[in-house]
Design a protein around this ligand. Sequence first.
Ligand code: GTP
Ligand code: IMP
Ligand code: MG
Length: 337
Amino acid sequence: MVATIVVGGFWGDEGKGKIISYLSMKDLPSIVARGGVGPNAGHTVEIDGQKFGVRMIPSGFIYEKAKLLIGAGVLVDPKVFLSEVQTLKVEKRTKLDYRCAIIEEKHIEEDKSDVHLKGKIGTTGTGCGPANVDRVKRIAKQAKDVEQLKNFLTDVPLEINEALDRGEDVLVEGTQGFGLSLYYGTYPYVTSKDTTASAIASDVGLGPTKVDEVIVVFKCFPTRVGGGPFPTEMSQEDAEKLGIVEYGTVTGRRRRIGYWDGKFARYSAIVNGATQIALTGMDKLDKECFGVREWDKLTYKAKKFVEQVEDDVKVPVTLISTGPDLKQIVDLRREKC
Ligand code: GTP
Ligand code: IMP
Ligand code: MG
């Protein structure tokens, strides 16, 4: 029985989707639950040439026996939710907490037109900030008030805690990243909620004493979309020279690219209570690592980088992603945990 939370360590888009889909296929958890803000997230899951972009459904959908739950803390856009449920054909095993707050068209319109939100902060325009405002004012609708969602309602904390009591594994998926946390991030250039592991646990109703592992995902080259400070940012030309060009899953905006930031990563790991690190984009650091699945086959440069990360952050690197496909990964958990 293990409860694991996976969160982003930088400014989102670290590859949580990839890591969570891998862990789901490898560890076979009975539940994969989604915490985090809402459909502002875009997780990418790639398997055998097939690519999925999910905004509401947990990335663990790829493991067909997992029950897929969305915690009460998450904002739900019914259109996005229903369309993903249909496309992925997961109607029978997907449920959301009856207390999830609802994003309405008016929230999206405001998010897309507000000078401060769209203009200054550079939000995703998915209505999350304005919907969380209504939630705080206690005027937002909840999932139980929406007719089209009535077949999907459940009590997520009960489902998760009962599964753990039965001795099953539960995987909890965070969204965004530490630098986007409303409390600890680069305020005001942040999202509308805390994004650390404690918040994700609360989103799904998992008490702090029940959490066994916190895996923080870091990219070898951090990225950021939208406005705000980015201490190790490199120029677009330098990023292109390194062959790194990325675009956002939800908004299509070009991601800003930076160099590894050990100090920021350490602080992020402390506040998240990290027990393990997943490092993604090793193939971007050294092309020769593309697709490698064994530690011994990683290059000297890659191994040295892993050493540096562990030295900076003081947490073991247990997963090293070497490409977008979920099989392109070095899994060191057996040796290190
Ligand atoms: P948010 O919840 O929106 O923060 O997203 P995320 O953390 O799930 O990441 P997202 O899928 O938005 O972005 C990561 C991108 O990197 C995707 O296009 C992945 O397919 C890709 N990716 C993940 N791991 C690796 C890797 O090790 N190497 C390469 N080349 N690409 C990777
Ligand atoms: P909001 O969450 O849409 O309000 O956007 C606030 C800030 O967080 C903006 O800088 C967005 O670009 C950023 N952001 C929100 N969600 C994500 C995400 O999933 N990945 C990366 N950046 C995000
Ligand atoms: Mg993303």
